[in-house]
Write a protein that binds this ligand. Structure first.
Ligand SMILES: *Cc1c(COP(=O)(O)O)cnc(C)c1O
Length: 376
């Protein structure tokens, strides 16, 4: 099979060949001693990557399975939940909490902005929620939500915290224990640089106590039963063995690179892309001070139809990007610089392709590749 595209969308991202190769290893059963040893290794790797001492596991399914598991295992119908919504994925959390039958209140921010900690505090004071949930990297806008102040407010009012790190873990610092996050999940295919299909999850002793106190209302993503498999080897479901091999290798590569080096690589590459795009006249959706390095969203000039842009990039340049979703549908383009996609040559290639396209529309003013290459 010939590789035809470069993934510059916010997931899935490019996967290191060694990670792909790991999946070609022969299968063992989910009760093979070597597989149990792999589970122990994965837990250790996840603790390093989440920067936590809390329980860590991998769930079957993509990021959304982590989202659903994080809500359904810790909430009962009627529970008060405050959701920070700054885009599409925060809204997905709201929707799941509502489907559980929770009493849901939303605190939001204008397009391109992060939540204001004062607004969160006012909502917590007035509503007294059991749980506060928000998204760290809101992929629909490119906003990176600062967490420290908000998590401190939750601590002050003893509110349980849940953070979606699907688009940040492995690319941006997520110090779970320092921040005091109780429940956190991610997805394998974004900054973790693995194929899609697995959702890392971690939860604190406080969250575990809640887990024990509730009557289970779900089965496949029941964290009690999955934890029993990970810790006591009691069969619950057959995990995706090959994907676990891939994660083991992918997590190894992350730890080998070093978290700090990896965050710096993503920061540098993302910033170069953003400066390049701005030099070319694109306006970023996210406010400067909360711009995520790994997801960049830009407004498109009225002359350029988003679907056409995506088609040209894909068919002529072999670059896959993403477009707007929800309220931003039709208005923006989104670029991911995650995991193996976060490489200087990808950014320069994407920028020069965009320059070429702008020229066709007569919209070319200034190049962005020079600006970006001077920063890489
Ligand atoms: C991608 C993403 C999800 C959903 O993950 P899937 O793997 O598509 O299920 C959830 N939250 C955020 C912030 C995301 O970027």
């Amino acid at each position: 099979m010939n590789k035809k595209t470069i993934l510059m969308c916010p997931g899935p991202s490019e996967v290191h060949p060694e990670v792909l190769l790991a999946m070609a290893k022969p299968l063992v059963s989910h009760v093979d001693p070597s597989f149990f040893a792999l589970l122990d290794q994965l837990q250790g790797q996840l603790k390093t990557i989440f920067q936590t001492e809390n329980t860590c596991m991998l769930l079957p399914g993509t990021g959304t399975s982590g989202m659903e598991a994080s809500l359904i295992n810790f909430l009962d119908p009627g529970d008060k939940v405050l959701v920070g919504v700054i885009g599409h994925f925060g809204d997905r959390i709201r929707m799941i909490a509502e489907r559980i039958g929770c009493n849901v209140k939303v605190v939001s921010a204008p397009e391109g902005k992060a939540l204001n900690p004062e607004d969160v505090e006012i909502s917590i004071k007035g509503f007294s929620p059991k749980l506060f949930a928000c998204v760290h990297a809101e992929t629909s806008t490119g906003v990176l939500q600062p967490l420290e102040d908000i998590m401190n407010i939750c601590k002050k009012y003893e509110v349980l915290t849940l953070v979606d790190t699907v688009a940040s873990l492995g690319g941006v610092n997520v110090p779970v224990d320092d921040l005091g996050i109780d429940i956190v999940y991610s997805g394998s295919q974004k900054c973790l640089g693995c194929p899609p299909g697995v959702a890392p999850i971690s939860f604190s002793p406080r969250a575990e106590r809640i887990l024990e106190s509730l009557a289970p209302r779900n089965y496949y993503l029941d964290l009690r039963l999955i934890r029993k498999y990970w810790l006591e080897r009691a069969y619950h479901h057959t995990p995706p063995v090959s994907l676990f091999y891939a994660c083991n290798k992918g997590f190894d590569l992350i730890i080998e690179e070093g978290l700090i080096n990896r965050f710096e690589r993503h920061r540098k590459v993302g910033l170069a892309l953003q400066k390049g795009l701005e030099a070319m006249g694109f306006k970023l959706v996210a406010e400067k001070n909360v711009q995520n390095p790994v997801v960049t969203a830009v407004y498109l000039p009225a002359e350029i139809e988003d679907i056409k842009l995506r088609k040209i990039l894909l068919e002529e340049f072999g670059i896959e990007i993403a477009l707007g979703i929800a309220q931003l549908k039709g208005k923006i383009a989104r670029f991911g610089t995650m995991a193996e996609s976060a490489r200087p040559q990808n950014v320069l290639y994407l920028l020069s392709a965009l320059e070429n396209i702008l020229k066709r529309y007569g919209l070319f003013k200034e190049g962005g590749t020079d600006v970006a290459s001077s920063m890489l």
